[in-house]
Design a protein. Structure first.
Length: 153
């Protein structure tokens, strides 16, 4: 049977359990028609590139499927009718990788970065910011400064 990958985006106001329930419904429908779900990854709540149906974020789910094309057509029809699903895309692939996808492996790298050193100084300054009290008229005058400048009292 041919292999497919499906990525679906669910609305941000549904819970992760409801997204899992949508994936479970897909798995039941695919298995009833003789296929199987080989891979299943929840990518989390992520920001969208642009607003879709007034949503700025969505729950992403990846499914690796081994199923006949008729069951894929029925799955896409069911996803199109589901109000919780904003978008979906199914692609035929040669093989299903068992390793985590690039999205999940990159998420793990972000957590391991940690401290990256001190922040650099501002663009045109040496790093010390001048505050309100650093202005010249608020500095206390030192009488020795007057002697150095040649001012007599």
């Amino acid at each position: 049977m041919p292999l497919y990958e499906t990525v679906l985006i669910a609305r941000n106001d549904v819970t992760q359990q409801q997204v899992e329930a949508v994936a479970d419904a897909i798995a039941i429908q695919i298995e009833a028609e003789g296929g199987s779900v080989k891979k299943r990854e929840y990518w989390g709540l992520r920001g969208l590139a642009y607003r879709i149906k007034k949503n700025r974020k969505g729950h992403y789910m990846l499914l690796g499927l081994d199923a006949p094309s008729t069951s894929i057509n029925e799955m896409e029809r069911q996803l199109g009718l589901n109000e919780d699903v904003l978008r979906f895309m199914t692609v035929r692939i040669e093989e299903i990788d068992e390793v985590p996808s690039a999205v999940l492996s990159r998420k793990g790298d972000d957590r391991e970065r940690g401290f990256r050193g001190p922040k650099p100084a501002g663009r045109f300054e040496s790093g010390r910011r001048k505050g309100y009290d650093d202005r010249e008229e608020f500095r206390a005058r030192d009488p020795n400064d007057d002697l150095l400048l040649g001012i007599e009292e």
